[in-house]
Write a protein that binds this ligand. Structure first.
Ligand code: GDP
Length: 364
């Protein structure tokens, strides 16, 4: 067999095992810098991976992609979190919004956070969010299926995915989440702007949803303002406007707005683009966007460190051994939960300090 075939067979086999070595990482970085969607997609698979052997490669990739002091800073786009109850039309509206942005010359990435994926394998968003029109456009990158894992893990992986997309020039990121309070808060910590997509409901249902409108909203979009639901959408928008007056301002340079839209007819999608652009401009001018990015980076560093700690705790042999010894006493109630936890942490610290001793020994 010719050498080149052997090499490509080996590369294919490595790909099959989903391994990423330094050469793969360098290739990915190059592909991402050239805006290649396949490279972006593979890189996201890598940063989402929970396999220990992928962690180092993912860290190497992210560090090579990060902006180097001294070089021109990348342009600031907008990270938009899009949340709302299932069926409100989030996916449809994101597709319409994404197409409008791309047609206006922007590069747009769509990502999704689905905390239910930990339990259901991502049944709520799942494959539903295909966004076939948007994914065909050159200026768009659509990644509908989020990784599995804890909400913290999924949020961290999403933040990494945002970094990959931005390095590839997709400076507008639209992050879809199902309207579960906890995930909304997690997404708001990753995003510059939170848009809530609401259905055109009235009466009692509206009262319930109004209560659910959080202080996090920068923009409320009442969708399905078309056909028989057009009037209801306008009424709901007026009711939401009234509600927002009671909320404290989320941003210094921006007061939350409410608008109607139809993902079906496209009406209001232009206004949505305008609102997002105005929002970005207002926060840029006041310096709030730059401050938000700094806050996000610090928050995400904490989250990544917390996730790392949890992984260390769960994978520690010392902790497992301590738990094995304590389990009968815990089960019998002769040992409290708090002392058991202290013993587990002590086992982890002991493992760390022996590891530290090893590192120092090697240095000496
Ligand atoms: P999601 O669960 O919030 O992502 O909602 P989807 O985008 O999947 O939409 C839920 C349903 O509402 C689908 O049947 C859509 O076709 C429909 N839908 C979405 N947007 C509109 C709209 O603007 N007008 C109308 N009439 N239907 C819409």
């Amino acid at each position: 067999m010719p050498k080149s075939h052997i090499a490509s067979a080996a590369a294919a086999a490595a790909r099959l095992r989903n391994l990423f070595d330094a050469k793969d990482v360098a290739e990915l970085v190059d592909g991402i810098r050239h805006g290649q969607r396949l490279a972006v997609s593979r890189a996201i698979t890598l940063v989402e991976s929970t396999r220990p052997q992928h962690k180092q490669s993912a860290a190497a990739l992210l560090s090579q992609l990060s902006f180097r002091p001294g070089s021109a800073p990348p342009p600031l786009g907008l990270r938009v979190g899009i949340s709302g109850p299932p069926g409100a039309g989030k996916s449809s509206l994101i597709e319409a919004l994404g197409c409008a942005l791309v047609n206006a010359g922007e590069k747009v990435a769509v990502l999704a956070i689905d905390p239910s994926s930990a339990q259901t394998g991502g049944a709520i968003l799942g494959d539903k969010t295909r966004m076939s029109k948007l994914s065909c456009l050159d200026g768009a990158f659509v990644r509908p299926t989020p990784s599995r894992g804890t909400l913290g893990g999924v949020a961290r992986a999403t933040a990494d995915a945002v970094a990959v997309c931005e390095a590839a020039g997709f400076t507008w990121t639209l992050i879809e989440t199902v309207g579960v309070g906890q995930s909304e808060v997690a997404v708001s910590r990753l995003c510059d702007c939170m848009a809530l997509v609401m259905p055109p409901v009235g009466g009692d249902e509206l009262q319930v949803i109004k209560r659910g409108i959080t202080e996090l909203a920068d923009l409320v979009v009442v969708n399905k303002a078309d056909g028989p639901t057009q009037l209801a959408a306008r009424r709901a928008a007026a009711a939401f406007r009234g509600t927002l007056h009671f909320h404290r301002a989320v941003r210094r340079a921006w007061t939350a707005r409410v608008q109607t839209a139809s993902a079906l007819t496209g009406e209001g999608v232009g206004a949505l683009v305008d609102n997002l652009r105005e929002y970005r401009q207002a926060l840029l001018a006041s310096g709030e966007l730059q401050q938000l990015r700094r806050d996000q980076a610090i928050h995400l560093a904490w989250k990544a460190a917390e996730e790392g700690l949890l992984e260390d705790l769960r994978s520690s042999e010392g902790v497992q051994a301590a738990l094995g010894t304590l389990r009968p006493q815990l089960a019998a109630g002769s040992l409290g939960v708090r002392p058991a936890a202290e013993a587990m942490l002590a086992a982890l610290r002991a493992e760390w300090s022996s590891g530290q001793g090893l590192v120092e020994g090697i240095r000496r």
